[in-house]
Design a protein around this ligand. Structure first.
Ligand code: PB1
Length: 341
């Protein structure tokens, strides 16, 4: 009878001992823990202050008039919300080729900032800065007569709009336009107006020409009237362009960086966080990702809570410091319940 030695597991190969209870398991993932400070909540603001408009392509998400936004945010701020990202949507103000309504005194974002600052003094207010919700053609740029991007005219306009939001009291301006040099243009204009050290610039650094923005364009009425955004948003097959965009925006003075969308771009997230560990790394879980997860859960593919927390933990593990997500109110509610237990 041959000597049937039983296989002896190497002591360092014993892994079950490290995950025998919830506390041990929590310790195994300290780099992917989730707290209220890891979230920024994107909100849509319309011109009629007492109106709420549901967004059919984003179940559970609404466009809010300022007064209704206050009611909506009260409970979420109580649950630990630390920051919002404001998007203006217009129906009354005009849309034109130079996006004049973007920083009109009646723009819903311009009007909301001082009110939100007063109602929620500890809430950090970020403003998306772009032309697409305010241009007649729906592109994120000023166009030359031949229909191509006029980058310098776009930089002038975008930096003016960012300055207006900063003057209105925004803590952060976040240019989502993807024009070349917009971080430097905004930073320079903030410094010239003595706001360079008072208002942060959150760069939409690696923002891809993604298929996952459809529900947002429906929500913000910002679909381009012709063509697409492929000549100014990064090609989704390129990590080289993403790294070059990060180098560019860091050198122009960005305070925080962002990857957008994120679930199909976790490799980019890790690369840029590893290259710039000293910068807060934001990720934007965009409207199409929101709708995908929401509808999959609704359709019974999985339970929303464990699946969504698994996704949020994976974003943190891959390097995200702040997650911009339409699920923020739900996650904060779950965190509050968990901390109560
Ligand atoms: O949730 C989302 O889909 C975000 C969409 C995003 C907002 N910053 C932009 C994407 C797009 O429509 O191309 C808007 C561009 N300024």
């Amino acid at each position: 009878m041959t000597d049937q030695k039983t296989f002896k597991v190497n002591n360092r190969h014993i892994m079950q001992s490290g995950i025998m209870n919830p506390t041990l398991r929590e310790w195994q993932g300290c780099n992917s823990q989730i707290t209220t400070g890891n979230f920024m909540y994107p909100v849509f603001i319309i011109e009629k202050d007492d109106e709420i408009q549901p967004i059919s392509s984003m179940p559970g998400i609404n466009r809010f008039g300022i007064n209704k936004l206050r009611d909506h945010l009260e409970k979420i701020v109580e649950n630990g919300l630390k920051s919002v990202l404001l998007f203006g949507i217009i129906d009354i103000l005009p849309k034109n080729d130079t996006a004049t309504s973007a920083d009109d005194k009646d723009n819903p974002v311009i009007r909301a900032i001082p009110k939100l600052r007063k109602w929620f003094p500890d809430l950090t207010i970020a403003c998306d800065v772009c032309l697409c919700p305010y241009t007649s053609h729906g592109h994120c740029a000023i166009l030359a007569p031949d229909g191509r991007i006029d980058n310098s005219a776009s930089l002038e306009r975008i930096s003016d709009i960012a300055l207006s939001y900063a003057k209105a009291g925004a803590h952060i301006v976040a240019p989502s336009d993807m024009m070349d040099g917009r971080i430097g243009a905004i930073k320079t204009k903030l410094v010239k107006n003595n706001l360079g050290n008072k208002v942060a610039v959150l760069s939409y650094t690696a923002k891809f020409a993604s298929n996952f923005y459809g529900p947002f364009r429906d929500a913000a009425k910002s679909k381009p009237s012709f063509g697409d955004r492929k000549c100014y948003q990064l090609p989704h097959n390129s990590s080289g362009m993403a790294l070059r965009a990060a180098d560019r925006d860091v050198s122009e003075g960005a305070d925080m960086l962002m990857i957008k969308p994120v679930m199909a771009y976790m490799d980019i997230l890790k690369q840029i966080k590893d290259k710039y560990p000293e910068y807060p790394m934001f990720v934007y879980q965009v409207s199409g990702e929101y709708a995908m997860i929401y509808n999959a859960a609704q359709g019974g593919a999985f339970d929303l809570k464990p699946a969504l927390m698994e996704i949020m933990g994976s974003l943190r593990r891959a390097g995200a410091d702040v997650i911009i997500s339409y699920f923020t109110p739900l996650v904060l509610e779950w965190l509050k319940l968990k901390n109560k237990l």
